[in-house]
Ligand binder design. Structure first.
Ligand code: CTP
Length: 401
């Protein structure tokens, strides 16, 4: 979403990981970004410009003194065009050149002329990466505001094992989205809960619900991208933890309650997206219950209502609840907003919303009777819409007072 229609200039330098930049360009194009590629002369030893030309749909250059016809000055034109630059992979040489203001080819002159954010993904031998000269150059560039995607540990092309492999492409994409995102949540610590809790009956069985956790994870990811410090308290899911998010794993409603209470005092905002079980088995059986044991009726007892407790305790916290209903959606959502002392509630009609799906329909309601309705949007879009509404309300409720 963030990268759609953005102009991304990919600089490819001469390392064995140069071929991985092809996947980056292809992924960026699938995300509807406009991509141009500049290669260094050494990069052309590892992969041909034709590959990038085909993937980006734009001619690939590596020489400084070509195409100067009709007042087209390639390094200036590219520098002005780019919304962000990604140097992938970045060798020790290009890092050293940028750090010392050396501009002697198309990529280094373009970066020197560019005011857009520059993301650098180093990839090299571990000893080269650890070299104090390289580390000094990286530190200097970080201090100047250049953004780095740390290389990963693993087996390197030279046969050694260590830190120096190019970061995963999805990590590079995440950082690109990060540098291009507004940072309207900077300075805020936000607690997000996600997933459906599991209430054990015996060592092999539990009661749970159909929540996939997707909306909660999208919210945590979007918050981290928008500059928040994020604590994600999650019941079991199959989802990948978003970058930059502190994850606390829990299983039951009681564990989620304990974890939420522990974080509550330190946060500015709570987004209670988890599908918390309202009931747990009254008696847990330590042994597996046998089918011939005469066990036919499962006795249940209530779990703590975490959101109500937070609504009761709140001081500086802005609290957002969710409401899943199969009937009287708005009426129930308004009642929960009031009864649980919330600032905002997001209502979901579960007859329209399929739990495992990537799309959703939501209604956002606030205590001043405002109502915003969105149908058939992706859960990623929903996350950003909820955050837009929340930050506006948060700033007007807490900062103007
Ligand atoms: N919630 C909670 N603790 C519970 C149950 C729910 O914190 N034990 C939170 C949910 O995370 C959600 C909100 O309360 O943000 C509303 O949850 P929902 O299941 O829609 O409603 P309930 O309050 O459980 O009421 P009911 O099941 O009767 O609709």
């Amino acid at each position: 979403m963030v990268l759609k229609n953005k102009n991304i200039l990919v600089g490819v330098t001469g390392g064995i990981a140069a071929y991985k930049a092809a996947e980056l360009v292809s992924t960026l194009r699938k995300m509807e970004a406009n991509v141009r590629v500049i290669m260094t002369k050494s990069a052309c030893e590892f992969i041909t410009p034709v590959t990038f030309q085909t993937l980006s749909g734009f001619p690939v250059r590596h020489e400084l003194f070509t195409d100067w016809s009709k007042n087209f000055i390639p390094h200036i034109e590219n520098a002005l065009w780019a919304d962000a630059v990604a140097v992938v992979p970045a060798t020790a040489n290009i890092i050293g050149k940028i750090a010392h203001g050396i501009a002697d080819d198309l990529l280094s002159t373009t970066i020197m002329a560019c005011e857009a954010p520059v993301l650098i993904a180093p990839a090299m031998n571990e000893k080269m990466f650890k070299n104090p000269i390289v580390q000094g150059n990286i530190k200097k560039l970080k201090d100047l505001g250049y953004c780095f995607v740390e290389p990963a540990e693993g087996r390197l092309a030279c046969g050694e094992v260590g830190k120096g492999r190019l970061a995963e492409i999805d990590a590079i994409i995440w950082y690109l989205e990060y540098v291009l995102s507004k940072k309207d949540y900077e300075g805020l610590r936000v607690l997000v809960t996600a997933g459906g809790t599991r209430e054990p009956i015996d060592p092999v069985r539990f009661i749970s619900n159909r929540s996939s956790g997707k909306t909660g994870y999208e919210l945590a990811g979007a918050l981290s991208m928008r500059g928040a410090e994020v604590v994600l308290i999650s019941a079991p899911t199959n989802l990948k933890v978003p970058y930059g998010v502190d994850l606390i794993n829990v299983e039951t409603a009681r564990e989620m309650y304990e974890a939420c209470m522990e974080s509550f005092d330190s946060v500015n905002m709570v987004i209670m997206c988890a599908a918390v079980a309202d009931f747990e088995p009254a008696d847990y059986s330590r042994e597996k219950i046998k089918k011939d044991s005469g066990f036919e009726i499962l006795k249940l007892k209530r779990t703590p209502d975490i959101l109500s407790e937070m609504g009761r305790l709140k001081s500086q916290q802005f609290i957002i609840g969710f409401c899943a209903e199969s009937q009287n959606l708005e009426e129930n959502a308004r009642r929960k907003l009031k009864e649980k002392n919330l600032d905002l509630i997001v209502a979901n009609d579960i007859t329209k919303d399929i739990f495992s799906s990537d799309t959703t329909s939501i209604i956002i309601l606030d205590a001043s009777n405002n109502k915003f309705k969105y149908d058939g949007i992706s859960k990623k879009e929903a996350a950003h819409i909820i955050l837009d509404a929340a930050i506006e309300k948060y700033r007007s409720s807490f900062e103007v007072k």
